[in-house]
Unconditional design. Structure first.
Length: 354
């Protein structure tokens, strides 16, 4: 049976102090069942279930209806959608735990790898164009309008007067990008002094983490906290800030000298799609995510397109920092997970203060 979700509405009036105390809980709910879009297939129709990470939600609100219309025009078949948006790590665990998504969009390749190991996604999922990626971004710093703290780079995040926000890497793929970027910037800084020094990079990450105000469930929850006034600077995706600025929110974006290229994958959850008889539409949907039409929507919401022609159209709006590095600088995802996020990894040593 496919899991269905009941929509819940909450309407209270509470003071700002209580709201801030409850914010992590409220933000977590905002990324979970409250925002599930539930539909059921009527006779002669099919249902496609999407399990995605929270940051993709706004773009998907345009992409899903556009695909539905295109599929109807091309095949005469109406497709209904059920959509779930969660922190990437949480979403991956939900799918391995029995949430029967046909297609998944996640924050990082490592979360798709968990589905591969569970036998839900084919091992060759990343043999698709662009390595199976559908969007790109970079890790940036967001500040209040006018940058009142004068933040210029990751180095400023260690100052005692600066309060920092980023989400929890245990649940959020975005947080792993953020932490990878800070750790990688520490490695780059050590190279400037002569050699690539993991101990120096760990010390730098530890200094930054000492100033972290809260660890939220997801990148979207972290952004919600920032918008409520928590923290002085947020470490986040460039696209998150560009999308909020386009909606009239007043933020400044600071691009660090050394920062990380983010790549976000999509894949067919083959085992479930086969069971549901939706392989053809699931594959078509993933392919559509890389089409110029969908890539322009992603770009509208601040993502850097993977499709070359669309990237050329918008290239001028995406600065290229001189010290940009990708996951291979950290040895690839398998090495990064073992080095940083294993039970004895650097991140957990930082948390434990060792």
């Amino acid at each position: 049976m496919r899991k269905r979700y009941r929509l819940v509405k909450v309407s209270h009036s509470i003071g700002m102090g209580i709201l801030l105390l409850l914010l992590p809980l409220l933000a977590g709910c905002a990324d979970s069942n409250v925002n599930e879009k539930t539909a059921s297939a009527q006779p002669g129709e099919r249902l496609l279930v999407i399990g995605a990470y929270s940051v993709a939600r706004d773009a998907m609100a345009e992409i899903v209806p556009a695909f539905r219309e295109k599929w109807l025009e091309q095949t005469g078949e109406r497709i209904n959608f059920q959509e779930s948006y969660e922190a990437s790590g949480t979403q991956a665990r939900s799918i391995t735990g029995g949430f029967e998504a046909d297609v998944t969009l996640l924050a990082l390749e490592g979360d798709v790898d968990k589905l591969v190991k569970s036998g839900l996604v084919k091992k060759d999922w990343n043999q698709q164009p662009y390595g199976g990626m559908v969007t790109r971004s970079i890790v940036v710093l967001g500040t209040r309008e006018g940058n009142p703290k004068g933040i210029q780079d990751f180095d400023d995040l260690v100052r005692p007067d600066v309060k920092v926000l980023y989400p929890n890497p245990k649940t959020s793929g975005g947080a792993q990008w953020d932490i990878n970027a800070i750790y990688g910037a520490g490695l780059k800084r050590s190279e400037e002094k002569g050699s690539k020094d993991p101990a120096a990079a760990k010390a730098f990450l530890k200094q930054v983490h000492r100033n972290v105000e809260s660890l939220d469930k997801s990148g979207r929850a972290s952004m919600a906290a920032f918008e409520y006034g928590v923290g002085d600077v947020i470490v986040t995706y460039e696209n998150e800030l560009l999308a909020r600025i386009a909606q009239g929110v007043k933020y400044d974006i600071v691009i660090p000298k050394y920062t990380m290229l983010i790549e976000n994958p999509a894949a067919v959850v083959h085992q479930y799609a086969e069971e549901h008889g939706t392989i053809d539409v699931a594959e078509a949907f993933v392919e559509y995510l890389q089409s110029p039409e969908a890539q322009r929507v992603f770009m509208k919401y601040g993502f850097r397109p993977v499709e070359e022609s669309v990237y050329r159209e918008g290239k001028q709006q995406f600065p290229h920092p001189p010290g940009l590095f990708d996951i291979q600088y950290l040895g690839g995802w398998e090495h990064a997970r073992e080095t940083l996020y294993s039970k004895r990894g650097i991140w957990y040593q930082v948390l434990a203060g060792i």
